[in-house]
Design a protein around this ligand. Structure first.
Ligand code: MTE
Ligand code: MO
Length: 322
């Protein structure tokens, strides 16, 4: 397919209306959605839910809506890549609490309740606490960053996330010196998440990082995408983005953060220890047991491109693994 689109993204998003940039390129989005989704619409529900033009599911109105779009941080770009259209990214989701069908996550997540939302911080911290989402988001200035995102399944996208450095949040949590790891836990609500009822996985989804990884400037507590609050299929209201690791480390819809002294277990490592390591750093030289990780399919352009060590973030994180 021939695409009439600039091959690189460089405009500060704060300078252009998100609508113009991402949402209203109808013909362009239609073409791409068809190219990417192929036959996937077959298994879906009502027609209004599978439109390729409006990927955002209805979100509750919250005071924090006024914080978008946040100022773009030019330090985090992906000039070698093409920004993935919102409708592609919002219709190609991994969120097993709902379904393993990427194209149907948005529909199945649409009734998920995200307001109110409380996050709990516990373990090796000076004082465990709970914080509501609206209080949390007010505490830290939001910024926008364009990151590459590489799934272990050998596809990737390039999207503008909005959030704040996890490092800043960690300072706020005041972990004790004995804390060496941080563990993230997602929600457990089988009545709202059909995948939690139907798939015998060890819910809720959990993952973790070393504290030095969590402190890296790239680790982003993420509340928005494409200049708007996170849609449910992307992990509303708050998720993690760890761009140098395979996507499954970027835990969605966080309800609990625990500081601990020992390396935590992770959902995917418990399910398939030989396939998903604790670190799960993007590495083109280490094949998955069933496929090569040398290349990836860019879901926005449809191009197969080489995979980069640490997903192209070696200058930021290489020293963590020296
Ligand atoms: N809670 C939760 N978080 C999750 C997942 C999940 O199934 N549940 N899937 C992960 C995987 S495998 C990927 S690739 C990314 C996908 O994020 P996206 O749908 O916003 O692109 O979310 C990650 N975070
Ligand atoms: Mo993934």
């Amino acid at each position: 397919m021939k695409l009439s689109r600039a091959s690189s993204y460089s405009l500060p998003l704060s300078k252009i209306a998100p609508e113009t940039a991402f949402w209203n390129r109808r013909e362009f989005l239609k073409g791409l959605a068809l190219a990417v989704s192929g036959g996937v619409l077959a298994g879906c529900g009502p027609k209004e839910n599978v439109s390729s033009e409006q990927p955002i599911t209805t979100l509750p109105q919250r005071p924090s809506d006024a914080l978008y779009p946040a100022a773009h941080n030019d330090k985090y770009q992906a000039i070698d890549r093409t920004l993935t259209p919102a409708a592609i990214a919002g219709r190609y989701n991994n969120f097993y609490e709902f379904t393993t069908d990427k194209a149907d996550v948005a529909r199945l997540a649409s009734k998920f309740t995200i307001d109110p939302w409380t996050m709990e911080v516990s373990g090796l911290v000076q004082k465990p606490f709970q914080i509501g989402f609206e209080d949390l988001i007010k505490k830290f200035p939001l910024e926008e960053r364009v990151y590459r995102m590489r799934c272990v399944e050998a596809w990737s996208m390039v999207v503008p996330w909005t959030g704040f450095p996890f490092q800043k949040f960690m300072e706020f949590c005041r972990p004790l010196l004995s804390a060496k790891y941080v563990r993230f836990i997602s929600f457990y609500r089988p009545q709202e998440a059909v995948g939690q009822r139907e798939r015998g996985y060890p819910w809720p989804y959990y993952d973790g990082l070393r504290l030095d990884e969590a402190s890296n400037e790239l680790a982003l507590m993420t509340t928005g995408i494409y200049g708007k609050p996170l849609p449910k299929q992307h992990g509303a209201p708050v998720r993690l983005i760890i761009p140098w690791k395979y996507g499954h480390k970027s835990l969605k819809s966080i309800v609990k953060i625990e500081f601990i002294s020992e390396q935590p277990r992770t959902f995917w490592n418990d399910l398939a220890p030989t396939e998903y390591s604790f670190l799960s750093n993007v590495d083109p030289d280490v094949p998955q047991t069933r496929w090569s990780q040398a290349t990836e399919l860019d879901i926005g352009t449809g191009l197969r491109i080489p995979t980069l060590k640490y997903n192209g973030y070696a200058e930021f994180v290489g020293s963590l693994y020296a």
